[in-house]
Design a protein around this ligand. Structure first.
Ligand code: MLT
Length: 323
């Protein structure tokens, strides 16, 4: 009798989960963005979420939960119910690098289920206009000569702007202090206002301000120039060969979320990134959209593991500690 009851109970649970998955989504879905509004991660989430609404047939809400280079927001998402209604937005920093810096109350790689890769963003080396340098070589000379007074903006220890800044400084041999913001959105505002001197920032964030002449862009950290900005040289052309770094962004859901809900979300992301208007909007600010096969959840998990194997030893060797 007991066996029959427990079989009935598990069948009931399966039926309920199955039914929930089939009717998914039946209410608004929330994407937790772990950085401030107006920054590159927020902008990418909003560009995709506007199109996701159509595919999912439900509102997609963006909730900015900031702090500790994104780990506060990611923790919130990792602890949410695995029902597909809370999605974790993040990137190489929040979902890989932070695992080597912060003692997180969950397993960054295994307690979040990958949904889809969204895009990759090379970095731009940008300064306030008042910095007396017209090209990358002059900028590096100025930074070396002004280490005591220069400042570099980041979105916290472990953020894209921080690990790119660390890498940049390790190549030019400087120890310039970092100023942490809740995102590179607010950091960029202070760069435009001349409050800080430099950011190694995601191109999608800084390019519009550079093209408007409010800040100066010196080079893109890639082997090829941005299609959206053919006037900005690569680091190889500008004199810092090999300084190649990009921030890829993606979506995850809490561990235990039903496979068919993940498949539904993944299909909606694929549709959104195939939309010409979304592709143009992202392309215009230098975001590279992945190939179809790279959007598969398994491909994202593989990428996360490859990047963890690459970056964790470096971050640990550099003894990078949270502020
Ligand atoms: C942001 O959206 O503010 C960025 O992704 C921060 C960063 O990691 O540089």
């Amino acid at each position: 009798m007991k066996k029959v009851l427990s079989l009935a109970a598990s069948l009931l649970v399966c039926a309920t989960v199955g039914a929930a998955a089939q009717s998914y989504p039946s209410k608004p879905v929330t994407i937790i963005v772990p950085f401030a509004a107006g920054g590159p991660t927020d902008a990418l989430a909003r560009a995709v979420s506007e199109r996701l609404r159509q595919s999912l047939g439900q509102p997609v809400i963006i909730e900015n939960v900031t702090g500790a280079a994104g780990s506060i927001g990611v923790t919130r998402a990792a602890r949410a119910a695995p029902d597909g209604y809370t999605i974790s937005m993040g990137h190489l920093g929040t979902h890989v690098i932070n695992g080597a810096i912060y003692s997180l109350p969950f397993d960054l790689i295994n307690d979040l289920e990958p949904v889809a890769l969204l895009g990759s963003n090379p970095m731009l080396i940008v300064s306030k206009n008042a910095v007396p340098a017209q090209d990358l070589k002059e900028l590096i000379a100025w930074l070396r000569a002004n280490q005591a007074k220069a400042t570099i903006g980041t979105a916290g220890v472990g953020s894209g702007a921080h690990f790119s800044g660390l890498y940049f400084q390790s190549l030019i041999g400087t120890k310039i202090p970092y100023v942490a913001y809740r995102g590179t959105g607010p950091a960029l505002q202070d760069l435009v206002a001349g409050q800080i001197d430099l950011i190694v920032d995601q191109a999608s964030n800084s390019l519009p301000q550079a093209q408007a002449g409010r800040i100066r862009a010196y080079a893109v950290t890639d082997t090829k120039r941005l299609a959206a900005a053919p006037n900005i040289p690569t680091v190889d052309e500008a004199g810092l060969a090999g300084f190649h770094v990009a921030v890829w962004s993606a979506l995850w859901v809490p561990k235990g979320t039903a496979k068919d809900i993940i498949a539904r979300l993944n299909a909606a992301v694929v549709e959104a990134l195939a939309d010409p208007a979304v592709r143009k909007r992202l392309g215009d600010v230098g975001v590279d959209i992945p190939a179809r096969e790279q959007m598969a959840p398994e491909a994202l998990r593989k990428l996360q593991k490859v990047e963890a194997d690459k970056w964790w030893p470096m971050i640990k060797a550099a003894n990078v500690k949270p502020e």
